[in-house]
Ligand binder design. Structure first.
Ligand code: AQP
Length: 331
């Protein structure tokens, strides 16, 4: 079976609707067809300042959300990145064949660094995409299901992996990004010209673990566009288009059908339906997360099993890499 790998950062307690529709839902559907590896990327979560106790808690909550979103730890390898030490070990080797200019072109780094300012921006945030390349290349992943914002990082992974292969001999499988167009970019409800994002936060964010009442309120106060017509046009109607995208993704109703159904009706009706579709997903999701968190020991045991499976694959790849690079093998 071809292999798939993906991960999310435990930077917030809750994933948001963009993470769910853009990534997590694909993960669940891919686990039958693919040999799937899904990790909570906690090493990535310390690049911009964090609280240790909170990180531990959020790592568990994130893993619980993977399972609540449909990842089955029996069928997929579910693990925490820091449990597999080969990730930062391979990242170091890859960072030595990554150009400074090449890494400087990553738009996610540029955006986040611009928001944080130079003094608050860490070297870890800068080398983050190299660690991400290691996450993927360690597992010979064929496919990486992500949202549109990650496309450039997957391209970088291919470039670095290809460079290693041509310098040191065929070692890595070069992965492809899997980005279903319909849910590639869920936008912020308050500013529908930017992606919904954990680090931007605010009233435009729908967190999967938020109180249902708050979620409902946020959808009802979503920014809509001038005019009254319910149509899809990302340029002139980004707010309405985003709501239709969310409704279509959650109910599996084609966009064209939704537009037809709402002919002659107002924005208020659309928001009501979106809110009800979101709550239909979020309420059982939250219940499942609560059940899983009620038994943290069992969750930790699942993660330990996953780490063991991941380690088997990762350690074989790293051994090969160390040998190719010319490190003297220990006795
Ligand atoms: N708005 C979005 N629409 C569709 N997919 C999205 N993803 C994130 N936002 C959207 C996808 O979810 C996964 C999360 O990966 P991450 O934890 O590394 O976070 P990220 O890509 O940096 O995005 P976040 O969650 O919003 O965090 P910040 O605030 O850091 O940008 C990825 O597959 C991503 O593509």
């Amino acid at each position: 079976r071809p292999r798939v790998l993906s991960g999310m950062q435990p930077t917030n307690a809750s994933l948001h609707l963009g993470n769910y529709l853009g990534a997590l839902r694909q993960w669940a559907t891919m686990q039958d067809e693919y040999d799937a590896f899904y990790c909570v990327v906690d090493l990535h979560a310390i690049t911009a300042g964090h609280d240790p106790a909170q990180l531990r808690e959020r790592t568990r909550v994130t893993a619980a959300q993977y399972i609540a979103g449909g990842v089955d730890p029996e069928r997929s390898t579910l693990f925490v990145q820091s449990h597999v030490p080969e990730h930062p070990q391979l990242a170091w080797v890859l960072s030595c064949i990554t150009g400074f200019g090449e890494a400087s072109r990553m738009t996610q780094f540029k955006d986040k660094a611009a928001r944080q300012g130079t003094e608050a921006t860490t070297v870890g945030l800068f080398t983050y995409p190299v660690l991400q390349a290691a996450d993927i290349l360690l597992y010979d992943a064929d496919m990486v299901p992500v949202g549109e914002d990650q496309r450039q990082h997957i391209e970088l992974t291919r470039d670095i992996g290809g460079r290693f292969n041509s310098r040191f001999g065929e070692t890595f499988v070069l992965p492809k990004a899997f980005i279903p167009e319909a849910t590639a970019k869920i936008q912020d409800l308050q500013d529908p010209t930017v992606k919904m994002s954990k680090s931007i936060g605010g009233a435009g964010l729908i967190e999967m673990l938020e109180e249902p009442k708050v979620i409902e309120k946020r959808i009802k106060s979503a920014v809509t566009d001038s005019g009254r017509e319910i149509t899809v046009d990302p340029e002139s109607k980004p707010g309405v288009t985003n709501l239709i995208t969310i409704l279509s993704a959650l109910t599996m109703r084609p966009v064209g059908q939704i537009v037809q159904d709402f002919e002659g009706r107002g924005y208020g009706d659309l928001k009501k339906e979106v809110a009800s579709a979101v709550l239909d997903t979020v309420i059982p999701f939250q219940k499942r997360v609560r059940e899983l968190l009620d038994d943290p020991a069992q969750l930790d045991a699942l993660l330990a099993t996953g780490a063991e499976k991941a380690h088997d694959v990762a350690s074989a790849t790293l051994r090969k890499v160390y040998d190719r690079v010319g490190f003297l093998q220990p006795m």
